[in-house]
Design a protein around this ligand. Structure first.
Ligand code: NDP
Length: 279
């Protein structure tokens, strides 16, 4: 099979890096790979020199500083798909440009490895003017749809972490549920799929209305008063305690409702709770 250019080097063959490399190979791109422990002989610098586009998917930003310290990035397009903070992304962008990179994009990979390259995958990118990402969009689209978030290298990281905050919040609730339903019949797995998930799916879009209320400072209850929700959270806490289930995952939220109600906001709505999340 003839391969397409430009050449791509994928640095890091963990779960995600391997999926990225496979997607480029499937699409027919000349793909080079490097991984710390599987290629002790070859150094990262020579892998970098093999291609024009670098897809970086190591564990963390320190791994990049460590492995690419002596690499010549002159003229390269570096696409860093490692999870980090907006500040990490801005520092890495400055570092990459100082080391000669022509362009540096930071990311948010919004899918799991098994979905890379599928219709479910999309990736946030930021760090250069939009026309630069559009020039390589047809290549990056092999991984998933390309969402450009702006010139600030930290922009994509912010959206990535915001998504993950929502995801881990959901995980925290789910872990509480699994513990509450551990002795249930049918089993927790069946209950989750049949009884819990459909309700959550129906509820999820309504959070957009809460976000809108937060934006404009609309403290009205929209049919769900803070007093009512405080009572619900209290009942969860009592039931969990009786069952030996840890309620730590919900404690901050419960404390926020308690505080708002104590301050006289029992008749109000979620916008008042949201303000407790800003320090
Ligand atoms: P893995 O733990 O599967 O792989 C980690 C990779 O980093 C390995 O290739 C490992 O190499 C390498 N590595 C670790 N430390 C160093 C180091 N000091 N120097 C060089 N290489 C190092 O992680 P994933 O592939 O799952 O994740 C990689 C990135 O992708 C993360 O930032 C993650 O947040 C992101 N991501 C992952 C998703 C997932 O579902 N897996 C989803 C979305 C994003 P070695 O084999 O030598 O240990």
């Amino acid at each position: 099979m003839t391969t397409k250019g430009p050449g791509i080097t994928v640095l890091g063959l963990g779960a995600m890096g391997s999926a990225l490399a496979r997607a480029f190979l499937r699409a027919g791109y000349e793909t080079h790979v490097w991984n710390r422990t599987r290629q002790r002989a070859a150094d990262a610098a020579s892998a970098v020199s093999a291609a024009d586009i670098l897809i970086i998917c190591l564990l963390d930003y320190n791994s990049i500083y460590e492995q690419l310290a002596s690499a010549n990035l002159s003229g390269k397009i570096a696409v860093n798909l490692i999870n980090g903070t907006p500040s990490d992304a801005r520092s890495m962008s400055a570092w990459a440009h100082e080391h000669g990179a022509a362009q540096y994009f930071d990311r948010g990979v919004m899918c799991v490895p098994e979905h890379v390259g599928s219709e479910h995958a999309f990736v946030y990118y930021s760090g250069e003017p939009e026309e630069e990402i559009r020039r390589i969009e047809h290549i990056l689209a092999v991984l998933g749809s390309v969402e450009y978030m702006g010139k600030d290298p930290g922009a994509a990281a912010l959206y990535d972490l915001a998504f993950l905050a929502a995801m881990y919040g959901m995980f925290a609730g789910a872990m509480t549920v699994f513990a509450m339903l551990r002795d249930s019949n049918p089993k927790a797995s069946q209950n989750w799929t049949q009884k819990i998930a459909p309700g959550l799916q129906a509820l999820l879009p309504s959070l957009g209305a809460v976000a809108a209320a937060v934006e404009v400072g609309d403290d009205s209850p929209h049919g769900h008063t803070n007093s009512m929700q405080q009572r619900g959270l209290y009942n969860i806490e009592v039931a969990c305690r009786e069952q030996g289930v840890d309620t730590g995952a919900l404690e901050f939220l419960e404390a926020a409702f308690d505080a708002v109600v104590a301050e006289g906001g029992g008749g109000g709505g979620m916008a008042m709770i949201a303000r407790k999340f800003t320090r």
